[in-house]
Design a protein around this ligand. Structure first.
Ligand SMILES: [Zn+2]
Length: 233
């Protein structure tokens, strides 16, 4: 192999890292996320209630959608981050559509924090780049300035939830969070953000921690929701 061809090979290996050539969802079509697969991500918003907390989600959580969530989590895949930000944006805008008096730019988006071990493993919360992207998308779209802030912190070590039953998840997540003491932002109502809604135990625990401190929580947005509260990995 001559020098130029080798250089070209290295270049294309690099660009395929930055701009994946195969659809990250179906892994068949040649596009970052092919048109066919984009349709799933343009689904209408679904609303569920977890003990009085309204949760808007876009996708059913299944083997296919979890593939994208995992790519955003484990590989910080930019395409996955973009589509998750876009889904969250739609899920949040639905709160405005349902309540014309509400403006998300007057709210505070609060992510469910990653556990300390997940932060150590991944070098930070996987939701942060997604939230940054979400803010950027919204600014480009209509000039609105959305804000997010880490307000919650894990106050006990919680087990990995993927193998736990519904009841075990409730007790695992009970009093899981506390507020970062000096970070109260009382004038802004809160919307919670997470990647996946399964039993709702995590969101409920965060909701309680915020309410206990007299903060207003208007609802939550997640990218995916499991259809029947199933425990899907
Ligand atoms: Zn595809």
């Amino acid at each position: 192999m001559d020098f130029d061809r080798r250089k070209e090979g290295i270049f294309s290996a690099l660009t395929s890292l930055v701009f994946p050539k195969i659809c990250i969802y179906c892994q068949v079509e040649f596009a970052p996320l092919c048109l066919k697969c984009q349709q799933f991500w343009l689904a209408p918003v679904q609303r569920r209630y977890i003990k009085g907390l309204a949760v808007n989600s876009i996708l059913a959580y299944n083997a296919a959608s979890s593939r994208i969530v995992i790519q955003a989590k484990e590989s910080r895949n930019r395409v996955a981050q973009f589509w998750m930000a876009r889904a969250l944006s739609t899920a949040l805008e639905k709160f405005e559509l349902d309540n014309p008096a509400l403006s998300i730019s007057h709210c505070l988006l609060v992510p469910i924090p990653s556990t300390k071990s997940a932060i150590r493993k991944r070098g930070g919360s996987f939701l942060h780049p997604i939230l940054d992207k979400l803010v950027e998308l919204q600014k480009e779209k209509n000039g609105m300035r959305w804000r997010w802030k880490e307000l919650l912190i894990h106050q006990k070590s919680v087990r990995d939830q993927s193998e736990l039953s519904y009841t075990a998840r409730q007790s695992n997540m009970a009093s899981a969070f506390r507020l970062r003491s000096d970070d109260l932002v009382r004038e802004r109502p809160i919307l919670l953000i997470d990647d996946v809604l399964t039993t709702g135990a995590t969101l409920d625990s965060a909701f309680r921690a915020l309410r206990e401190r007299n903060l207003t929580v208007l609802g939550a947005a997640t990218v995916c929701a499991s259809a029947h509260r199933l425990l899907i990995r």
